[in-house]
Design a protein around this ligand. Structure first.
Ligand SMILES: Nc1ncnc2c1ncn2[C@@H]1O[C@H](COP(=O)(O)OP(=O)(O)OP(=O)(O)O)[C@@H](O)[C@H]1O
Ligand SMILES: [Mg+2]
Length: 360
């Protein structure tokens, strides 16, 4: 059975529809991420689940229990939802010790003193903060402060953890470390996670499933692997991983030609398209999508590949990043640093290993 369920949830702020008809079910113990560009409605969704924002339309359930429904005029206040929450900014109170920061929500709930002490100490131990219990959180690093926020959310023993870009203010190395810590805590405590991020690598690493959103509308809900390997549309393709789009159109012979060019010299090898692509009417534009890591250099003489000229070659450590000019368009290719590759100014030919076709 689903643990958290959103049914046709819509939120309007004046003329802006921040979230539009969102249906979503999160399983018990699942880590579910919402991914999308700035302003697509991630925080608004999380705030509606938390109870900080009312819905314009729709319903939210936890298990069988209705917690928000404007139609039924029902709304359970946030403090009765018992969700753990961690937000982007370090929301710790500098005038309270680390211990008191974590104990505070339990005191508000008027739990017995012994219970408060036990839960606070457990949460501090799980987040490796016991040695800092009496310090001011101001003495902690960014990662330390974020751990205090996590410990405070854990102490209320939440069934559901709502995390809104909790790692975005940390440096990349610490972010990666904290990702694993969140997963470990989830295993230990067994809560479900609704995780908001615009960092696709973070979503891929953490999640059982990912929702990709654009302007308040769901584009795809799927496993990280499927979102990467079977993107539902061009937007999802471009949002997950690095992407190339080659803009093409059909000529009068039913051949694909590069857009922005004229003449038969700019037809592209037909073997480049996925085999199931149907020919369109003359002039119909379409895009051929590919990942920079899924392109091989082939011999320029064979006539097999897509011809181009290397316009930039950058050494990025383990990989070499090439920019290839194809007519007036550009593509990126990434190869391991040990693989042989052309130099700047040289003509080369590309074979797309796994191209995707999108009508433009
Ligand atoms: N209180 C509000 N009043 C008016 N408009 C709002 C309010 N809160 C959010 N919005 C609008 O709703 C839309 C979605 O905002 P939201 O904060 O949910 O985006 P987000 O996906 O969390 O973006 P980010 O990645 O930048 O945090 C935006 O157009 C935003 O301007
Ligand atoms: Mg946000």
């Amino acid at each position: 059975m689903s643990h958290v369920r959103l049914v046709s949830v819509t939120k309007r702020f004046g003329d802006v529809t921040a979230v539009n008809g969102l249906n979503l079910e999160i399983g018990k113990g699942e880590c579910f991420s919402m991914l999308g560009p700035s302003g697509c409605g991630k925080t608004t969704t999380l705030r509606m689940v938390a109870g900080f924002e009312d819905l314009s339309e729709g319903e939210v359930y936890v298990g069988d229990r209705l917690i928000s429904s404007p139609a039924k005029n029902y709304y359970l206040p946030p403090e009765k939802r018992d969700f753990g929450m961690v937000f982007q900014a370090f929301a710790v109170w500098p005038h309270l010790s680390v211990y008191e920061n974590v104990a505070f929500p339990l005191r508000i709930r008027k739990l017995p003193a012994a219970e408060i002490e036990k839960r606070t100490k457990d949460a501090l131990a799980s987040t490796n903060l016991l040695p800092a219990a009496n310090d001011s959180p101001d003495n902690l690093s960014g990662g330390g402060k974020q751990r205090v926020a996590l410990a405070r959310a854990l102490a209320i023993n939440p069934d559901v953890m709502l995390l809104d870009e909790p790692l975005s203010s940390l440096d990349p190395h610490l972010r990666e470390e904290m990702r694993f810590e969140i997963k470990d805590l989830q295993r230990q405590y067994g809560f479900s996670i609704l995780y908001v991020t615009h960092d696709q690598a973070e979503a891929m690493a953490l999640s059982d499933r990912i929702l990709v959103m654009k302007l308040g509308v769901v584009q795809q809900i799927d496993t990280p692997l499927n979102v990467y390997n079977k993107p539902a549309n061009k937007f999802v393709f471009s949002f997950i991983g690095l992407s190339n789009f080659l803009e093409l159109a059909w000529n009068e012979n039913g051949e694909p030609v590069l857009s922005g060019e004229s003449g038969s010299s700019h037809t592209i090898p037909s073997g480049l398209l996925p085999s199931d692509v149907a020919r369109g009417a003359v002039g119909t534009p379409f895009s051929l999508a590919s990942r920079p890591s899924e392109i091989d250099f082939v011999s320029a003489e064979s006539g097999e590949g897509l011809k181009g000229v290397v316009s930039r070659k950058s050494f990025l450590g383990e990989i070499i990043d090439y920019q290839i000019k194809i007519g007036v368009q550009e593509m990126r290719v990434q190869k391991g640093r040990r693989a042989p590759g052309p130099e700047v100014g040289e003509t080369c030919a590309l074979r797309l290993l796994r191209p995707f076709f999108y009508s433009a």
